[in-house]
Design a protein around this ligand. Structure first.
Ligand code: HEC
Length: 161
């Protein structure tokens, strides 16, 4: 939401191997220095102090990247802030609009999403229009949210009401 175009314009397809491979290159050129070699985030990123927003959060299942739709993640990577955050609030996430093309941003998001376990991918797909990104095997395999995620998922459900 927020960006121009149809709502599903910036869907990042974690099942598209070519995109994931391209996204991996983008990640190791532009993102890993802050978000971690294994998507684990910056040291002490969970700490809630006055510097909380200066530390890059994890992009793996332990983080909260998956609590946002593809469109919002696209917006965050392109403009350095989520669409609902006012422009005058300083962001420590760099805007990549002049360094990466839209398709490179979509590719790096596909790479990030490809790391998520099925349960997380199911939850995140529900934030996308038409549940885009719902894993094909979602109703065939048994999956549960890992405990840390169930906790943050509950919290997310509370605060997003
Ligand atoms: C200079 C360090 C730095 C680099 C490089 C960087 N980020 Fe970030 N990123 C941050 C910080 C700091 C935040 C947290 C911002 C906040 O909380 O307001 C963030 C937040 C994010 C978020 C939101 C996650 C969430 O759950 O709120 C996304 C998505 C993201 N970055 C994607 C990327 C991508 C994709 C790249 C590479 C193309 C990248 N970042 C490169 C520092 C960085």
């Amino acid at each position: 939401m927020g960006a121009a175009g149809a709502p599903a314009d910036h869907f990042a397809d974690a099942d598209n191997l070519a995109a994931v491979e391209r996204g991996k290159q983008v990640y190791y050129q532009h993102c890993f220095s802050c978000h971690g070699r294994n998507l684990e985030g910056q040291f002490l990123w969970q700490l809630q102090d006055q510097f909380a927003h200066r530390r890059a959060p994890a992009h793996d299942a332990s983080g909260h990247t998956w609590m946002h739709s593809d469109e919002d993640l696209f917006y965050m990577a392109k403009y350095g802030r989520f669409p609902d955050v006012p422009k005058n609030i300083r962001s420590y996430m760099p805007a990549f609009e002049h360094r990466l093309s839209d398709s490179e941003i979509v590719a790096v998001l596909a790479y990030i999403k490809a790391h998520w376990p099925t349960g997380i991918r199911v939850s995140q797909s529900m934030l996308n229009p038409h549940f885009m990104g719902m894993p094909k095997d979602a109703n065939k395999v048994a999956w549960t949210l890992p405990p840390t995620c169930s906790a943050s998922y509950k919290r997310w459900k509370q605060i997003s009401r």
